[in-house]
Design a protein around this ligand. Structure first.
Ligand code: ZN
Length: 427
């Protein structure tokens, strides 16, 4: 697909979105702020909610966010069109008592979060970002900007590395440096506190992750490529936000964007796709439309969940890792993900629906299926389908370097996904 000027603008905006979203908490807040700026009302789960018909709303729960647009003439059985994605990305999370170090170096104690490509995190300027729970009950976001680095051992001290590969010890060789000094006289949490304008002594709890600090970049012949951290799955979250914010005509169904946390860990949390967040919000939307239990079931039976997460483009150096026939290519359109063992929720009915949404958006799509000897990952689709019984299609964009600190996408695909999402909401 050609890279259009509007696709370049979309990718530049995605670079802003990713830069503003070093942690899932930041991502959820960025989604809410962007939607509030175009007229969405932020609701609190602890409050009574206004009448739903004709409203545009957003709710943040920890590192997850759900936003929705209700048509003015919505009835108790009006179906929902749910675009799903996830806010978290693999990497590292700060441990308790994180200020460590030795030999004159200050280091950060971190745990591995999800399944990052460990080597890709070496020799990058990294940020520390997340949320701080304070003694006065407030919860604030914190982001240090570039502060840490995982320096690779020099080749002179590791002569076999280019022949034997590099295997990092997950404990001893993943603790980043963040300064010089005596760890007993320093406090890494003080850096986080200062970035949020609060006192370190007031921190009662923290959820902080390490994130690549480099901005996303467009490059390659004809500007085909977009490289950035956290494309998995902020590229989908961003596409959903753009589609929901830009809905030009009133949707026929209830248009819902659901971005969950903790997908990289299996989604089992109060803000993950296996938790009750989406179910809770849908119950309140339908209650706000006067639906009884049967009417809500009727609405959900007619609803769709378009579950969007990144997938694998064929890699020119490793094409044998793909199915010999089905080989989606970065830049050639979004992908429909198919798996016989229901690692993806797509079925015949979903494939047909996806083809229709792509057709109305004027977008060509591709298919992904694994090589039988190289099992694929999974995503939120089968989890929400199992939990809610809503028809689900797993889709996404083809990328390279999935779970690298800096992944590679196609500029054309990023915008195309947002266009299909908009067609899906309007369907
Ligand atoms: Zn993902």
């Amino acid at each position: 697909m050609p890279v259009t000027p509007v696709a370049l603008t979309h990718a530049e905006d995605l670079a802003d979105f990713v830069a503003a979203s070093p942690s899932s908490y930041h991502a959820a807040e960025e989604v809410a702020q962007r939607l509030e700026s175009v007229g969405f009302a932020r609701l609190d789960e602890g409050d009574a909610w206004p009448t739903q018909a004709g409203g545009r709303f957003v709710v943040v729960r920890d590192g997850a966010v759900i936003a929705w647009v209700v048509p003015k003439d919505a009835a108790p059985t009006t179906p929902s069109q749910i675009f799903g994605a996830h806010t978290d990305s693999p990497g590292f999370k700060l441990k308790p008592q994180p200020t460590t170090g030795s030999r004159g170096w200050l280091q950060a104690g971190v745990e591995v979060y999800g399944g990052p490509l460990l080597n890709s995190w070496l020799d990058r300027e990294l940020r520390l970002a997340g949320r701080l729970a304070l003694a006065d009950g407030r919860v604030v976001l914190a982001d240090t900007g570039p502060l840490l680095r995982l320096p690779q051992l020099a080749v002179h001290l590791d002569r076999g590395v280019n022949n034997n590969g590099l295997a990092l010890d997950k404990q001893n060789e993943t603790q980043p440096v963040w300064g010089l000094g005596d760890p007993s006289a320093e406090d890494l949490l003080g850096e986080l506190a200062a970035s949020a304008g609060v006192n370190a002594a007031d921190i009662r709890g923290f959820d902080a992750v390490v994130a690549d600090s480099a901005r996303g970049a467009i490059f390659g012949k004809d500007n085909a490529f977009f490289a950035s951290g956290r494309l998995d799955d902020l590229a989908s979250v961003h596409a959903g936000v753009m589609a929901l914010a830009g809905l030009s005509s009133a949707p026929r169904g209830i248009a819902v964007l659901a971005a969950f946390d903790h997908e990289e860990l299996g989604s089992e949390s109060r803000s993950g796709a296996a938790g009750p967040f989406l179910e809770d919000i849908l119950a309140r939307i339908y209650a706000g439309l006067g639906a009884d239990a049967t009417e809500q079931r009727r609405a959900l039976t007619a609803s769709w969940h378009l579950s969007s997460d990144v997938g694998h483009s064929v890699h020119p150096n490793y094409a044998q890792k793909h199915d010999p026939v089905v080989q989606p290519l970065l830049g050639s359109g979004p992908i429909l993900k198919i798996n016989a063992n229901q690692r993806y929720a797509t079925d015949a009915i979903g494939a047909a629906a996806w083809a229709g949404w792509c057709e109305s958006a004027g977008i060509a799509s591709q298919e992904f299926v694994s090589n039988n000897a190289v099992p694929c990952g999974s995503t939120i689709g089968p989890i929400t389908a199992t939990r809610l019984g809503i028809r689900t299609v797993d889709v996404g964009i083809p990328i390279l370097s999935m779970h690298s600190a800096r992944e590679l996408a196609g500029v054309a695909d990023l915008h195309a996904l947002a266009q299909v999402a908009e067609a899906f909401f309007a369907a």
